[in-house]
Ligand binder design. Structure first.
Ligand code: ZN
Length: 150
């Protein structure tokens, strides 16, 4: 029995060392940092979906946009501004302690849920806006190939 346990421990240690050596942790600079967008976005050259912070973004030249696209961008920009306005209204309401005391727990919960929904909406709209106004590539090679193709 002791021999079995001993062998088992030895094997686990060897396996652990082996995996540690074969699959090292990626370097720190590959990890997402605070504020990095980790949602996937498709490469405009090859279509491969990649976490946004890993790729290359390039602002589209304004004259390459169609009129309908420009209109959509203007609409999105104003929507983003409206959501930001609502968020700042909420934030100032949170700071107002007299107003906070007048709210019931249920109302506070509701306000928090609204706030989170607004943040989510802001993120989604911002991503849409980014997609309209910029190209996205896996790497600089795909960026160069994309521009050579045109
Ligand atoms: Zn690509």
């Amino acid at each position: 029995m002791l021999a079995f346990v001993f062998t088992f421990i030895i094997i686990s240690l060897v396996m652990w060392a082996f995996f540690k050596f074969m699959y090292p942790k990626p370097p720190q600079q590959f990890m997402p940092k605070q504020g990095d967008v980790i949602t996937p976005r498709d490469c405009d050259f090859c279509g491969y979906p990649l976490a946004e912070y890993r790729g290359v973004m390039e602002t589209k030249p304004v004259d390459s946009l169609l009129e309908s696209e420009q209109q959509q961008i203007t609409e999105l920009t104003s929507e983003v501004a409206a959501i930001k306005q609502q968020i700042s209204t909420h934030e100032s309401a949170v700071k107002n302690s007299a107003h906070q005391k007048s709210l019931s727990r249920q109302q506070k919960k509701q306000a928090n849920a609204n706030y989170e929904a607004l943040q989510k909406q802001l993120f989604v709209k911002n991503q849409e806006l980014k997609k309209m106004t910029s190209w996205f590539f896996c790497n600089y090679d795909h960026q160069a190939d994309f521009h050579n193709k045109i």
